[in-house]
Design a protein around this ligand. Structure first.
Ligand code: CA
Length: 418
């Protein structure tokens, strides 16, 4: 989605549905190319004026005039990021789909390779920060697929655009200035600073402000480099978790079994109770063993309600949560860390008769769609708009619920009809 008419304004964007915008442009009966070129000119002028307003603010925050001028001279805004900022999720991903793709056999195998490859560094990271290697590697795997997905958007472009347009400009200005300081201090070269549309970058996908607070130089070259130094990235992740309250030696939690008729009103990550209280209410570990004794307290997490897998989660789960402020995200890291330690799937199935797909299965599903003539691009395992649209069509054809979801039922049906 592109909101061309807003170029040149530094006022907060109000939401106008794009279809309505396009209709009003068409009604003007002016050649579209002309509109685009004049909008483009207004955009460039507005952006240049915004940058000149930001300059003194950046200098007051410690960015040198030379750095600001050199790094902003050729910047042009990327209005696509404003679209991401305003995007409403049109499709809510069930937790079982989310976890099936994030914690699949492929990621476990890759994670084990990384544990072996970075063994010496991880030993030193454990000693320095008190966070175990499986947890550190699990964060790495979920954040950037072990360094394979950094995001391709130049940080300075995204963050300068977000500093000048759209909601939350004050926040993004802080991130923009901090990015300039990262470059100024020589930690990461500007051309290596690419990331998500919002500016998260590197192996650990830190925002620039998180980088400034928590990134560490672990390989001793004098630079904190989360893009090209795996030791810096692994140690910075461990430092993040340590500073978020990680307790060395404690588990993140574990899957539990609820007794029949359990009153789930006390569930919730934040409602921490002593283990002995949960034990008194009939909760046990899924292997039947008793809950650990001692002072550790935990909250009861029911990601899909009382009928799905249940977990007691400790303060360490909260540390994982603080990385990205989503319980599903923290559970993905927690579960991947268990799998890296040799653990298996959850004992209790998710409350669905149509489980989610691993990335390999998603790619297979996409291959099957391509074989049926759908133009959905390369089979990359990412379920985007085109794949979902094709799925809806094919689900209608084969008599499944046309929800565009990539699940086992659709995969099996397409396999049989091949
Ligand atoms: Ca370094």
């Amino acid at each position: 989605m592109k909101i061309r008419t807003r170029f040149g304004s530094t006022q907060p964007v109000t939401t106008v549905p794009f279809h309505r915008l396009r209709r009003s442009l068409a009604a003007l009966a002016v050649p579209l190319a002309l509109i685009c070129s004049s909008a483009r000119a207004a955009e460039d002028a507005g952006f240049a004026s915004c940058l000149s307003q930001l300059r003194p603010e950046a200098i007051a925050k410690g960015v040198s005039a030379a750095t600001f001028d050199a790094q902003t001279a050729t910047l042009v805004p990327d209005m696509a990021v404003i679209g991401f900022l305003d995007a409403q999720p049109e499709f809510v991903t069930p937790i079982w789909d989310y976890l099936a793709a994030l914690v699949d056999d492929e990621r476990v195998a890759d994670g084990r390779d990384m544990l072996a490859r970075w063994d010496e560094v991880l030993t030193r990271v454990e000693a320095a920060y008190g966070v175990d290697r499986a947890t550190v590697v699990a964060v790495w795997g979920v954040e950037s697929n072990f360094g394979r997905n950094f995001g391709a958007r130049p940080l300075l472009t995204s963050l300068s655009t977000l500093s000048c347009y759209g909601r939350r400009q004050a926040y993004f200005r802080g991130e923009f200035f901090t990015t300039l300081k990262i470059i100024q201090e020589g930690h990461v070269a500007p051309e290596r600073l690419t990331g998500s549309w919002a500016g998260a970058f590197g192996h650990t996908q830190f925002m620039p402000s998180t980088f400034m607070r928590l990134a560490v130089d672990f390989d001793g070259d004098g630079r904190r480099d989360l893009v090209d130094s795996v030791p810096d990235a692994l140690a910075s992740t461990a430092n993040f978790l340590k500073r978020a309250g990680w307790r060395s030696g404690d588990p993140w939690g574990f899957e539990v079994r609820l007794p029949p008729g359990f009153d789930a009103s006390s569930a919730g990550r934040r409602n921490k109770q002593p283990m002995s209280d949960w034990a008194a209410r009939g909760i046990s570990r899924v292997d039947g063993s008793p809950l650990p004794a001692g002072a550790m307290s935990a909250g009861l997490l029911l990601p899909a309600g009382a009928q799905g897998p249940a977990f007691l989660v400790t303060r360490n789960f909260d540390a994982l949560y603080s990385y990205n402020a989503a319980e599903s995200y923290a559970l993905a890291i927690a579960h991947l860390s268990d799998r890296l330690r040799g653990g298996g799937a959850f004992a209790t199935p998710w409350p669905t008769d149509d489980a989610g797909l691993s990335r390999a299965e998603r790619r297979e599903l996409q291959q099957l769609l391509i074989a049926r003539g759908f133009d959905i691009g390369e089979p990359d395992g990412m379920i985007g708009a085109r794949t979902r649209e094709a799925l809806q069509t094919v689900q209608r054809q084969i008599g499944l619920k046309p929800d565009g979801r990539a699940g086992q039922k659709t995969l099996h049906a397409l396999r049989e009809q091949r």
